[in-house]
Design a protein around this ligand. Structure first.
Ligand code: NDP
Length: 266
C-alpha cells in the first residue's frame, strides 16, 4: 500500500481506526472520515501533514460523500483505494422493531457504500485501484435479531459483486471483506427496537478478534487483490457449512444467538 491514496470511512473507531493506523504504517496516504472529526484529529496528531487528510462526513448524506471524494482528489490528485467501512448494527426481532431502525441500517451500511463508491469509481478506474466493502459474515448468513444489519450486508455483496463484474475488463479490484465477531464499539451502540443505543455488549469483547488483526488481514487482501476475505474460525465455518447445509445452519445460528444475554428470543 506504499504511497497508495486510501480513503477509509468510519475511521474514528474499531476496525476503521485500526485500518487507518495499518495503512499509514504501510506507507499509504490516508483520507480518514467519520462524523466525529475530533477522534480523527487525535488519531493522526503525530503524523506528517503530507500523509493524511481528515474529513468530517456522515455517509448517510450523499453530499458529504461527494465532498469526501472531491477533498481526497483535491489534496492527493487521485484515489487508489476506497474502503467502505462505516457501519452500525442492531439487535431486535423484526416483529418488534421500528421500521426507522432498518432504514438507518440501510442508510449507513448500504447507501453510504453506494454514495462513496459512485463518486470514487471514475478515479478508481483511472488507477485500476481497489474498491473495498467491509461487510460481515452476516452478509452470508442471516443473523436473528439483525434483519436490518444482515439485509444491508447482503445488499453490499450484491452491489459490489455487480460492480466487479461490470468492470472485469477495466482492471478494477473489488474486495468484499467479511470479519467475524471483532472487538469494537459496534455492539455498545447497536440500535435497539426503538432506535436507542443498546448501551452494552452481549459478548465478552476481550475474547473476540482484535480490530488490529482484522485491519492487517484486510490490508494484506488489498495488496494481493483478493476478491473476498472471511475471518475467524467461526466465521469461516459458518460460511462453508451454510453453502452445503443451509437448513441445518438456520438451527445452529438460532441456537447460538439465543444464548446471548438478554437475547430477544430463546
Ligand atoms: P465501531 O462502532 O467501532 O465503528 C464504526 C465506525 O463507523 C465509527 O468510526 C463511526 O464513526 C462510523 N460511522 C457510523 N455511522 C456513520 C455515519 N452515518 N457516517 C459516517 N461514519 C459512521 O464498529 P466496527 O469497527 O466494529 O465496525 C466497522 C465495520 O465493520 C462495520 O461496517 C461493521 O458492520 C463491520 N463489522 C464489524 C464486526 C464486529 O464484530 N465488530 C464484525 C463484522 C463486520 P462516527 O460515529 O464518528 O461517525
Amino acid at each position: 500500500m506504499q504511497d497508495k491514496v486510501t480513503i477509509i470511512t468510519g475511521a474514528s473507531s474499531g476496525i476503521g481506526k485500526a485500518l487507518a493506523e495499518e495503512a499509514h504504517k504501510r506507507g499509504a496516504k490516508v483520507i480518514l472520515s467519520a462524523r466525529r472529526k475530533e477522534m480523527l484529529d487525535e488519531l493522526a496528531s503525530s503524523w506528517n501533514a503530507e500523509d493524511y487528510l481528515n474529513v468530517q462526513a456522515d455517509v448517510t448524506r450523499e453530499e458529504d460523500c461527494f465532498k469526501l471524494i472531491e477533498a481526497a482528489v483535491e489534496k492527493f490528485g487521485r484515489i487508489d483505494v476506497l474502503i467502505n467501512n462505516a457501519g452500525i448494527s442492531m439487535r431486535a426481532l423484526f416483529a418488534d422493531v421500528d421500521l426507522d431502525v432498518i432504514r438507518r441500517l440501510m442508510d449507513t451500511n448500504f447507501w453510504g457504500t453506494v454514495y462513496c463508491t459512485k463518486y470514487a469509481l471514475p478515479y478508481l478506474l483511472k488507477t485500476k485501484g481497489s474498491l473495498v466493502g467491509v461487510s460481515s459474515v452476516a452478509g452470508y448468513k442471516g443473523l436473528p435479531g439483525r434483519t436490518g444489519y444482515s439485509a444491508s450486508k447482503f445488499a453490499m455483496h450484491g452491489l459490489l459483486e455487480v460492480i466487479r463484474i461490470e468492470n472485469i475488463k477495466k482492471g478494477l479490484h473489488v474486495l468484499i471483506a467479511c470479519p467475524g465477531f471483532t472487538s469494537s464499539n459496534i455492539r455498545n451502540i447497536a440500535l435497539s427496537k426503538d432506535g436507542s443505543s443498546q448501551g452494552e455488549t452481549p459478548l465478552d469483547e476481550n475474547k473476540l478478534m482484535p480490530a488490529e488483526a482484522v485491519a492487517s488481514h484486510i490490508c494484506n487482501a488489498i495488496e494481493k487483490r483478493k476478491n473476498s476475505l472471511v475471518l475467524t474460525a467461526m466465521g469461516k465455518t459458518t460460511v462453508l457449512l451454510n453453502k452445503f447445509f443451509p437448513k441445518f445452519m438456520d438451527g445452529m445460528v438460532y441456537n447460538h444467538m439465543a444464548k446471548e444475554p438478554d437475547s430477544p428470543f430463546k
